[in-house]
Design a protein around this ligand. Structure first.
Ligand SMILES: C[S@@+](CC[C@H](N)C(=O)[O-])C[C@H]1O[C@@H](n2cnc3c(N)ncnc32)[C@H](O)[C@@H]1O
Length: 194
C-alpha cells in the first residue's frame, strides 16, 4: 500500500488526540520552550482555522481566560466556551480594533499563511504582508508586557522583518518546531515585551 506522505506521524497523532490540524504540535513546543500562554490570559489568534491552536490555547488559559480567533474563512469546528470567533481579514481589521476584538491582549499569535501561488517570491511577499499586519495589531492591542508569536518564511524580507521585531520587543527567539515538515521554509518568531 502506498503511504500518503501528508498523512505522517503528527497528522495521525492530531487525529487521535482530537485536534483538527497537526499544527497544534508547533504551538505545543513553543509553549513548552517559551511559556507564551498563561492561565487567565487573553489571547488573539490570527489565522485560527481550522482551530487546533484555538483548542490548545483554550486549555492553556483555562476558564478565566479568553481566546479571540480571527480568520478570513469561517470556523467550522465546535470550540470551548472561552473561544470567540471573528470572521475578518487581518490585513484590514486594524480599523476595528480594539472595539470589535475587545480590548488588549496578553498574547498575539499568528499562524497565518497566504494561499500559495507556486511562485516563491510572490508567496514570501504575501506572507510578509500578513506578518506586517500581525505586527501592526501588536502596536494597536498588545499589552505592554505581552508576547507575540508569528510564523514567517525564510526568503526576501526575512532579515528586515526580524530586525523590526528586535527593535520593538525586549526578547526575541526564532524557533523551527520539530513537527515542521522538512520541505517547509517556515519559522516562528517568539517575541516578548516584558
Ligand atoms: C496554517 S492555517 C492556521 C492553522 C491554525 N493555527 C490551526 O492550528 O488550526 C493558516 C490560516 O491563515 C488564514 N489566513 C490567511 N490569510 C488571512 C488573512 N488575511 N486574514 C486572516 N486569516 C488569514 C487561512 O484562512 C488559514 O485558515
Amino acid at each position: 500500500m502506498k503511504m500518503n506522505t501528508w498523512d505522517d506521524y503528527y497528522t495521525r497523532k492530531a487525529r487521535k488526540e482530537g485536534y483538527p490540524a497537526r499544527s497544534v504540535y508547533k504551538l505545543e513546543e513553543i509553549q513548552k520552550r517559551c511559556s507564551v500562554l498563561r492561565r487567565g490570559s487573553k489571547v488573539l489568534d490570527l489565522g485560527c482555522c481550522p482551530g487546533a491552536w484555538l483548542q490548545f490555547a483554550s486549555r492553556a488559559v483555562g476558564r478565566t481566560g479568553l481566546i479571540v480567533g480571527v480568520d478570513i474563512i469561517e470556523l467550522k469546528n465546535p470550540m470551548p466556551s472561552n473561544v470567540r470567533f471573528v470572521c475578518a481579514d487581518a490585513l484590514t481589521i486594524k480599523e476595528r480594533v480594539p472595539e470589535e476584538l475587545g480590548g488588549r491582549f496578553d498574547t498575539i499569535l499568528s499562524d497565518m499563511a497566504p494561499k500559495t501561488s507556486g511562485n516563491k517570491f510572490v508567496d514570501t511577499q504575501r506572507s510578509l504582508a500578513l506578518c506586517g499586519a500581525a505586527l501592526d495589531l501588536c502596536a494597536a492591542c498588545l499589552k505592554p508586557k505581552g508576547a507575540f508569536v508569528c510564523k514567517l518564511f525564510f526568503g526576501d524580507g526575512f532579515d528586515e522583518f526580524t530586525k523590526v521585531i528586535k527593535e520593538q520587543f525586549k526578547k526575541v527567539k526564532l524557533i523551527r518546531p520539530k513537527s515542521t515538515r522538512k520541505a517547509s521554509r517556515e519559522i516562528y518568531v517568539i517575541a516578548k515585551r516584558g
